[in-house]
Design a binder for this molecule. Structure first.
Ligand code: F6R
Length: 599
C-alpha cells in the first residue's frame, strides 16, 4: 500500500456506553473543531433507526439549527470537516450513509482508490449522494454485508479494500457497536467505566477519561462497552493486545477557563511550558547527542513554525556545539534524498507529529536507512511511532490553530540538546530555568496592556515588516507568520542585511517595522532600523534597551541563546490583540487547520 498519501484534516469522535452519547459527541466535536470547521455532522441509533444530522457551519451554529441533543442516545458518532475533496456543502458533510440507511460512517483521511471502488459499486446499483471519497466506505460496507456473518466482518472486508489514509468510525442501526479503523490518520481509543470512545485526539474525551490506547496502523477496533482490538494488515482479522496508557495532562488543560481564547491561554502558559521542556531526561539527551556526534550529515526538518524552530536551532548548534546541521523545509526535503545514507541523522520537529510533509520526509530517510529522531508534543503520534527516538515537549494540548507555546518548547528542547552536545547540559538547563521570571514579566498584564496600545496603532495597517540578524532572523520569520495567521495583515520578515538588496523599496511613510535587537548584533540591526526610519518607517524595537530610533519600545531582557524564546512572546501577544481588534478568531483562522495532514 502506498505511504505517500494526501490526507484530509477533520476530526472524528464516537462514544458507546451508558452515558448520553449525544452530549458526549457534541462536546467532543467542539474540542475537535481546531482540526476543521467548515461543516459538522452527527449520527446515532434510536429505536433501531439511524438518525443523521449535518450541515455547513461551525459546531455551535449547526447544533443551534439541528439540535444534536434532541435524543438521549447510547451510541453516536460525529465529524467536523476541513474540506479537501468535494466542496463545502451539506451533502458533502459527514456522516455518509449507505443506500438502505442502515450504515453511517465518519472518515478522516482520503480514500485513494475511491473512483475505482465507486465505479464498481455504481455498477452494482449503489446510488451515491455526495461528491466525497468518503461515501464509498458506507456503500462498500453495505455491499460486503451481503456476504458477511456480522457487521464487523463486513467492515473488515470493506476496510481491507481501502487504499490511502483513513480513520473511520462505522455504525449499523441494527447493531449496538462502533467499528473503528486507523491507517495513516490519527485515532485514539478512550476507556471509561461507563463506556468507550474513539476520537482523532484526546481532548475530545479527556473530560471523561485519562485511560487511552494509541492505535497502530491497520488496527480495527470493535467498540462495545468493552472494546476488542484487531489488526488487519496482512489481510486477516488478527486479535491483538494494545497497552492502556495514562494521559499526563488533565481536562483543565484542554479548556479555555477564564480566557477568551485558547491563543491567549497558551501564550500565558509559556511560563510553565518552557520549564517543562527543560525537564528532559539527561541520559536520553546524551544518547541523542552521541547519535549526532556519530552521524555523517544531519538534517533538521519541519514546517511552518516548527521550521522556524529548526532554523533557530541550527544557529544554536553552530554557536554552542560547533555542529553543522542542515535545515530543510519538510516539504522540500525529498530534493535532498540523494544525500541520505545509513549514516544520516534526521531530526524532525513537529508539534502534532502528524504533519504529512514531515512524515514523508522521514519516510524518505528511512528508505535509505537514515536514523530518525523527533521532537513532538503528541505522545503516540505517527511521527513519534516512526522515529528511532523521540523527545516530548510536555507542553500539554495546544488547541489554538496557531503554535505559540509549542514553538517556544521546541526551541527550549533543541537548545538543551545543543548544550548537551557541547557537554554543558547543566548550563543549558540553568539558562532555561532562569527564563521563568522573564516570561512571567513578558506575559504580565502590564506588558499586555502596553502591547495593546501598539496593536491599536497597527490594526489598520496593510503591511508589517519584521527584521533581525543571526538568531533574531528566524524570530522575525516566526513573528511575521504569527501576525499573518492571526490578523490577516500582510507581514514579511527579512534578515537585516538583506534589506538593502531590494526590500527597502517597500518602506513608505508610516510602514511599521518590528526590529529584533540583541547584544550580539545590536549595532548592525540598529543601523538597518535607522535606514528604514529615514525612509519614513515606524520602528518597533524588541530590545533589552531603548534606542532613539525606536518609535515604540518593548523591553525584553537579554537572554543570549534563549533570546528566540523570549523575544517572540511580545509578538505572539501583538498578533493575538491585532486579531481581536480586527474581529478575527485567533483560535480558528480562516483556511487553516491544526494538523496539516495534506500534501
Ligand atoms: C503556525 C503553525 C504552523 C505549524 C505547521 C507545522 O502557527 O502552527 O505553521 O507550525 O503546520 O505543524 P507541526 O508542528 O504540527 O508539524
Amino acid at each position: 500500500m502506498p505511504t505517500s498519501t494526501a490526507v484530509t484534516m477533520c476530526g472524528i469522535i464516537g462514544y458507546i456506553g451508558s452515558m448520553n452519547a449525544s452530549r458526549i459527541v457534541l462536546e467532543g466535536l467542539k474540542h475537535l473543531e481546531y482540526r476543521g470547521y467548515d461543516s459538522v455532522g452527527f449520527a446515532g441509533v434510536l429505536n433501531g433507526s439511524l438518525i443523521v444530522k449535518k450541515d455547513v457551519g461551525k459546531v455551535d451554529d449547526v447544533h443551534a439549527k439541528l439540535n444534536f441533543l434532541e435524543h438521549n442516545l447510547n451510541l453516536a458518532i460525529g465529524h467536523t470537516r476541513w474540506a479537501t475533496h468535494g466542496r463545502v456543502t451539506k451533502t458533502n458533510a459527514h456522516p455518509h450513509i449507505d443506500c438502505r440507511k442502515d450504515i453511517a460512517i465518519v472518515h478522516n483521511g482520503i480514500i485513494e482508490n475511491y473512483e475505482e471502488l465507486k465505479n464498481e459499486l455504481v455498477s452494482k446499483g449503489h446510488v451515491f449522494r455526495s461528491r466525497t471519497d468518503s461515501e464509498v466506505v458506507a456503500h462498500l460496507i453495505e455491499e460486503e454485508a451481503n456476504n458477511a456473518a456480522s457487521f464487523e466482518e463486513a467492515c473488515f472486508k470493506a476496510f481491507s479494500r481501502l487504499e490511502g489514509a483513513y480513520a473511520i468510525l462505522a455504525i449499523d442501526r441494527k447493531d449496538y457497536k462502533i467499528v473503528a479503523i486507523k491507517k495513516g490518520s490519527p485515532l485514539v481509543i478512550g476507556l471509561a467505566d461507563h463506556g468507550s470512545f474513539a476520537a482523532s485526539d484526546i481532548p475530545a474525551f479527556i473530560n471523561y477519561t485519562k485511560k487511552v490506547v494509541y492505535l497502530y496502523d491497520y488496527d480495527m477496533v470493535v467498540l462495545k462497552p468493552d472494546p476488542v482490538f484487531y489488526n488487519i494488515e496482512n489481510g486477516n482479522l488478527v486479535k491483538v493486545e494494545r497497552p492502556i496508557q495514562s494521559v499526563e495532562w488533565d481536562a483543565e488543560k484542554a479548556r479555555k477557563g477564564e480566557f477568551e481564547h485558547f491563543m491567549l491561554k497558551e501564550i500565558m502558559e509559556q511560563v510553565d511550558t518552557v520549564q517543562r521542556a527543560a525537564d528532559q531526561d539527561k541520559k536520553i539527551l546524551e544518547k541523542i547527542a552521541n547519535e549526532i556526534k556519530r552521524a555523517r550529515g544531519i538534517f533538521l526538518v519541519g514546517c511552518g513554525s516548527s521550521y522556524h524552530a529548526c532554523l533557530t536551532a541550527s544557529y544554536v548548534f553552530s554557536k554552542v556545539a560547533r555542529e553543522h546541521v542542515n535545515v530543510v523545509l519538510a516539504s522540500e526535503f525529498p530534493n535532498y534524498e540523494h544525500f541520505l545514507t545509513s549514516k544520516t541523522l534526521i531530526i524532525a520537529v513537529s508539534q502534532s507529529g502528524e504533519t504529512y510533509d514531515v512524515l514523508e520526509a522521514i519516510r524518505a530517510g528511512k528508505k535509505r536507512g537514515s536514523k530518525i529522531i523527533s521532537v513532538v508534543n503528541v505522545m503516540g503520534s505517527s511521527l513519534a511511532r516512526e522515529s528511532d527516538e523521540f523527545l516530548l515537549m510536555h507542553a500539554g494540548p495546544e488547541i489554538c490553530v496557531l503554535s505559540t507555546k509549542t514553538y517556544t518548547s521546541q526551541i527550549a528542547l533543541l537548545n538543551l540538546l545543543a548544550y548537551t552536545l557541547a557537554g554543558r547540559y547543566e548550563e543549558g538547563r540553568r539558562r532555561l530555568k532562569y527564563l521563568w521570571n522573564v516570561i512571567y514579566y513578558l506575559t504580565s498584564a502590564n506588558t499586555r496592556n502596553k502591547i495593546r496600545k501598539l496593536a491599536e496603532k497597527l490594526a489598520d495597517k496593510k503591511h508589517i515588516f519584521c527584521i533581525g540578524r543571526g538568531l533574531q532572523y528566524p524570530t522575525a520569520m516566526e513573528a511575521a507568520l504569527k501576525i499573518k495567521e492571526a490578523s490577516y495583515i500582510h507581514a514579511e520578515a527579512f534578515a537585516g542585511g538583506e534589506l538593502k538588496h531590494g526590500t527597502i523599496a517597500l518602506i513608505e511613510e508610516g510602514t511599521p517595522c518590528i526590529v529584533f535587537v540583541s547584544e550580539e548584533n545590536g549595532k548592525e540591526i540598529l543601523s538597518n532600523a535607522t535606514e528604514v526610519k529615514s525612509r519614513g518607517g515606524y520602528i518597533i524595537g524588541i530590545s533589552p534597551t531603548n534606542h532613539e530610533v525606536f518609535d515604540f519600545w518593548i523591553k525584553v531582557p537579554e537572554c543570549g541563546t534563549e533570546n528566540p524564546i523570549v523575544q517572540i512572546i511580545p509578538v505572539q501577544i501583538l498578533a493575538y490583540q491585532l486579531a481581536v481588534l480586527r474581529g478575527c478568531d485567533p483560535d480558528k483562522p480562516r483556511n487553516l487547520a491544526k494538523s496539516v495532514t495534506v500534501k
